[in-house]
Unconditional design. Structure first.
Length: 256
């Protein structure tokens, strides 16, 4: 009699889900595909519900825990986020869709889907916190990332992996590593996607005010001439001709 190890049952089951749907997860169909007798099925599983439970446990292992183990091999949060995004983009969408849909009517499947969602969200949150986001920002981003993944699987199942990664990068880039003690942090969720920081090394100590003045108010003479011309033209219209860039800075602390 042909021998089939337990993993082959699960690989075949996920293939059936992807190509034919859950209705084809039957003892007769599985045994026919594996070319074995029903006795071999009952050697491993008590009944079809027992098989479904084991199949979902295998799905959780290969589509969640194996992902996490692979990502954990990398050293930096940025590398880990990119690896996780790549693996999610290239993972099979079809069987995930079928499994998620089945979870609405099958309590066994629903339990494993809930476990997968919880574990994946918590892991994404962990990676986001490792990049420097505070707890709320990290979880908010994790929810957005995961909801986008599930939503696109449902709405745009034919979206290519490259398109998915491009859209995910667009979302991730909206969240910068803004420290919790930063001036702009208290103004979130305003979009600070264009914010930036720069470390300056110089021979003498310089205050932020002096640097700001050097960078933005010490202009070449020809620009000064143009600005004076501009001011002369707009002054009769009642427009401001005296304010400088440094006058616009209204908030600062010991670091910014």
């Amino acid at each position: 009699m042909k021998k089939v190890d337990k993993k082959q049952w699960f690989v075949t089951g996920l293939t059936v889900l992807e190509k034919e749907g859950f209705a084809r997860i039957t003892i007769d169909n599985l045994c026919g595909l594996l070319q074995i007798t029903k006795g071999a099925f009952y050697h491993h599983f008590k009944n079809i519900d027992g098989y479904v439970d084991a199949l979902m446990r295998y799905w959780l292992e290969v589509n969640t825990f194996e992902f996490i183990r692979e990502v954990d091999k990398l050293n930096t949060p940025k590398e880990q986020q990119q690896k996780l995004a790549d693996m999610a983009a290239y993972a099979s969408i079809r069987n995930e869709n079928v499994i998620r849909a089945l979870g609405y009517s099958n309590p066994i499947v629903r339990n494993y889907v809930a476990q997968a969602d919880s574990i994946r969200l918590e892991y994404a949150n962990k990676l986001n916190e490792a990049t420097g986001l505070d707890a709320k920002q990290a979880m908010d981003l994790a929810i957005i990332q995961y909801s986008m993944l599930i939503g696109m699987q449902q709405v745009c199942p034919d979206l290519s992996a490259e398109q998915f990664k491009e859209l995910q990068d667009l979302v991730i880039n909206k969240f910068k590593n803004i420290p919790t003690n930063s001036l702009i942090e208290k103004y979130l969720p305003a979009d600070y996607v264009d914010s930036y920081s720069r470390e300056i090394v110089c021979n003498q100590k310089i205050t932020p005010e002096k640097f700001r003045n050097l960078a933005f108010n010490q202009l070449p003479k020809w620009i000064d001439w143009l600005m004076n011309l501009r001011n002369a033209i707009v002054k009769p219209l009642g427009l401001d001709t005296k304010s400088r860039f440094t006058n616009m800075v209204s908030d600062k602390n010991e670091h910014e």
